[in-house]
Design a binder for this molecule. Structure first.
Ligand code: 6GP
Length: 839
């Protein structure tokens, strides 16, 4: 009876503390318990990795407490929720970030010290969660941190790939890809929800069925797999709120296909079932172009279908009328990858919930917002109709129906302008009939966001011009941001402490605009000294890493000049390398003069500012030119680093396997960083913001979010160069007749002539930038690039000036926090409000 239940509940409450304690001895006991019972090692004998595992589990326990409380609180309050759908999340490591957000980093460090362990050493044991390619994926991760910190009722939904982004191994200077089977050593940061599963269906046919005196469509699927939820708690900073990143894994369905089991071939039947798991096995490593592969489409539908079943189930728990759906649900499409969600919502509402088409359409039009992350038309997905028809026959019908109604409406508005109608159609009638996912997303979303102001301008005037003219109110932008928790507090603890000391508060960790307070101190000599000290310590840490990894010894008094990002022609790593060759050549000439005259004065050598050039990034496995750029970088490095005439004046290092953890080490140690895309090609860029926050100066073109950085810190505090965005189209038309500086021809000549070896291999690379083929304008921009580099050298010699510029960079970085981005999305696009879990 009731009495018995009460006794049982009281007993259960009595057994557990309300919260786990965080004093050193409680932490120590928890860690040792996990060594003994979770990791199953003896507390008298365990290594660093096992200590890390136990430590991680004790942190996980604390996350789970807060996460439960948050979920209960959300359920009780039932606010409007934001569901962030993304095929990629680049979370990196979780340990340091979690303990810092939970506010128990120092307690853990002390507790571990007494046990004979260093927190930092254990943190290094953790591998990266690399479930994404580049900027888009890391942005999602930053935004999750901000959503949690700012108490928004948010869910992230994605795929739990068994193989994350490939590991890059450099052999003889060439990139090789190795699988990243990241779950091999277990993942303490996820919670497997064996009971949170949904069936996901594929293939089959659509039939007409009699219904209420009319007809309706029923999809008879041909294959079914199970989606299993893995929850990753995301803790906010300075709040109890801990939100969920729910990633789906594919498992064979429970439904037994009697047919195959009865044929007697049991072993083959089981092996076939197992194939279901391939859906969530591997992340596509190409962030350039859509391949039209069936597996990719399966991945997209799999995660969309499971997420929507979950979202609709949650809605139905407390609501019975779908007209309330838009008041409770906002769906964010992170690029076009999840845009099948549109057709899926229509299908569920019409076919399963039996809403009328127009009523369902009215709901769909209120819930979706779409953000695009590219300006490259080849980045826009087009799904071949044949593929969609076989995999998702009902969805194809729905998309056709949406398109039919939309085109009819469009004709009323713009008349029978068939060119324009066909450009704007969701269906492309080309050689391969296909569905334009971007058009689908634009037609069905209430807002289309760009990721920086100039990106949005390009969308409005070029990429989506027709749509902008039709629906100007739909178009907006939210300039990207990055989380200062990971990019300053976690990765640069000494700078973080210095900032807090000089601002007299730690409040900037949640309210980053306070960094502006550093401006008034930018000339303070004491601050200068401490600032330089912090930077030097970070450079030493980076120098040690470089030596351990490549054997190259670098001097910390040299300028550390960094370019780290995916390798792309438009990002122009090649321009950087050609600039380095030019620098090398100048040093050689100066050396020759020195030998000739035996006179230091006559040689420019003493004026050379020593540099350590650092380049890192992965090339998509099928992207030949990008792979050649990596090889060229390594070939040039080989030559320069072994040239005794050069010594410490110039070093070139290619950092292999660039990922989030490498970025956390490299960014705080950089003096100068390069963001040198051809103007009009980088939608935003977010690396620039991370460097800026860390007081690294930028050498950049006026592209993407850099344009807004200039507005914050002023062009005097950075090194700008290159053709402007509005000049680029005309320059391209001029093409072969453009004047290219002599130095450019001469460095390309060196590569062509085999000065760095591999003459044949590099030929096609050289062809890409000469003879009128220089689409990305390397030749045209070369002169002003060298001038910007010279200006950087000059500024570096004046350390006082440099330090002031560095402080002003950090001070001006406040606008580029993802907290600001998320607040804009919440207020302007999603219409959601914070929902804070009480302590
Ligand atoms: C990137 C953009 O290239 C970059 O400029 C931007 O900062 C970042 O997204 C975040 O918005 N795009 C991708 O990573 C991508 O895969 C399809 O685009």
């Amino acid at each position: 009876g009731g009495g018995e239940t009460r006794v049982r509940v009281e007993r259960m409450f009595g057994l557990m503390d309300r919260f786990l304690k965080s004093d050193p001895s409680s932490l120590q006991k928890d860690i040792l318990d996990h060594v003994e019972y979770t990791v199953a090692r003896s507390r008298f004998s365990f290594d660093d990795f096992e200590a890390y595992q136990a430590l991680a589990h004790s942190v996980r326990d604390r996350l789970i407490e807060r996460w439960h409380d948050t979920q209960i609180h959300f359920k009780k309050k039932d606010p409007k929720r934001i569901y962030f759908l993304s095929l990629e999340f680049l979370m990196g490591r979780s340990l340091s970030n979690s303990v810092i957000n939970l506010g128990i980093r120092d307690q853990y460090a002390d507790a571990l010290k007494e046990l004979g362990f260093e927190f930092e050493v254990l943190a290094e044991q953790e591998g990266d969660a690399a479930l994404g390619n580049g900027g888009l994926a890391r942005l999602s991760a930053c935004q999750m941190d901000s959503l949690a910190t700012m108490d928004y009722p948010a869910w992230g939904y994605g795929l739990r790939y068994q193989y994350g982004l490939f590991r890059q191994v450099i052999l003889d200077g060439y990139q090789h890809e190795q699988p990243d089977y990241w779950l091999n050593f277990g993942n303490p940061w996820e919670i497997e929800r064996v009971h949170v599963t949904y069936p996901v269906k594929f293939y089959g046919t659509v039939e007409d069925e009699n219904f209420n005196g009319g007809k309706r469509k029923v999809w008879l699927p041909g294959e079914m797999v199970e989606a299993v939820a893995y929850d990753n708690p995301i803790p906010g900073h300075g709040t109890r709120n801990t939100i969920t990143l729910r990633l789906w894994a594919a498992k064979p369905s429970d439904q037994i296909d009697m047919e195959s089991y009865n044929t007697g071939d049991y072993i083959n039947a089981v092996v076939n079932r197992q194939r279901a798991e391939t859906i969530s096995s591997v992340l596509y490593p190409d962030d350039r172009s859509y391949q039209g592969k069936e597996l990719r489409l399966k991945q997209q539908y799999f995660f969309v279908s499971a997420s929507l079943q979950d979202i609709i189930r949650r809605f139905k728990d407390s609501h019975s009328n779908f007209d309330d759906f838009p008041e409770k649900v906002a769906l964010q499409l992170n690029d076009t990858h999840p845009s099948l969600a549109i057709a899926e919502v229509m299908r569920v509402l019409v076919d399963e919930e039996h809403l009328e088409w127009n009523r369902a359409w009215g709901i769909v039009c209120k819930i979706f917002s779409f953000t695009t992350h590219t300006v490259l038309p080849e980045g826009l997905e087009k799904v071949p109709v044949d593929l969609l028809e076989s995999l998702l026959p009902r969805h194809l019908q729905i998309i056709y129906d949406i398109n039919f109604d939309y085109i009819e409406e469009l004709k009323k508005k713009i008349g029978l302008d068939y060119d324009r109608l066909s450009r704007m159609s969701i269906v492309e009638d080309g050689a391969v009939k296909s569905i334009r996912m971007a058009n689908l997303a634009i037609v069905c979303s209430h807002t289309v966001n760009g990721v920086s102001r100039v990106h949005s301008e390009l969308l409005k005037t070029r990429v989506f011009k027709d749509f902008y003219e039709l629906w100007p109110h739909k178009f907006d932008y939210k300039t990207n941001g990055v989380t200062q928790r990971r990019w300053i507090v976690v990765s640069n603890p000494s700078l973080s402490a210095l900032i807090s000391k000089w601002l007299g508060t730690e409040a900037w960790i949640r309210d980053v605009d306070l960094l502006a307070g550093l401006q008034e101190q930018a000339a303070n000599v004491d601050l200068h000294e401490e600032w330089r000290m912090v930077r030097k310590v970070n450079k030493m840490r980076l120098a040690e890493y470089i030596e351990a990894m490549s054997g190259i010894k670098v001097s910390v008094s040299a300028m550390f000049d960094v370019q780290i990002k995916r390798i792309h022609e438009y990002k122009r790593q090649l321009l950087n390398i050609l600039g380095i060759i030019h620098r090398y050549d100048c040093i050689k000439v100066a050396y020759a003069i020195l030998i000739l005259f035996q006179n230091m004065e006559k040689s420019d050598r003493t004026k050379v500012v020593p540099r350590v050039c650092i380049i890192g990034g992965k090339a998509a496995p099928g992207y030949e030119i990008a792979k050649k750029i990596i090889k060229l970088c390594n070939a040039v490095a080989e030559k320069i680093n072994n040239d005794p005439d050069v010594g410490d004046l110039l070093k070139l290092v290619f950092i292999p396997d660039y990922n989030v953890s490498v970025a956390e080490l490299v960014i705080p140690g950089a003096d100068l960083s390069q963001h040198i895309s051809t103007a009009g090609h980088e939608a935003s860029g977010t690396g620039n913001m991370k460097f800026l926050m860390n007081g690294c100066l930028l050498l950049a073109t006026e592209d993407g979010s850099t344009v807004e950085i200039i507005e914050e810190i002023g062009e005097d505090n950075m090194f700008l160069f290159g053709a402007k965005m509005h000049e680029v189209p005309a320059l391209r038309v001029k093409g072969p007749t453009l004047k290219v500086p002599l130095q450019f021809a001469s460095v390309v000549r060196m590569v062509r002539d085999g000065y760095f070896g591999f003459q044949d291999y590099f030929e096609s690379l050289c062809d890409k930038v000469e003879g009128g083929n220089d689409f990305y304008l390397l030749g045209y921009d070369f002169q002003s690039y060298l001038e910007a580099q010279a200006a950087a050298d000059k500024a570096f010699v004046d350390q006082e000036k440099w330090t002031r510029m560095s402080i002003l960079s950090t001070a001006g970085s406040g606008r580029f926090s993802s907290d600001r981005t998320i607040e804009e999305y919440a207020e302007k696009t999603w219409g959601i409000e914070p929902c804070k879990c009480p302590f």
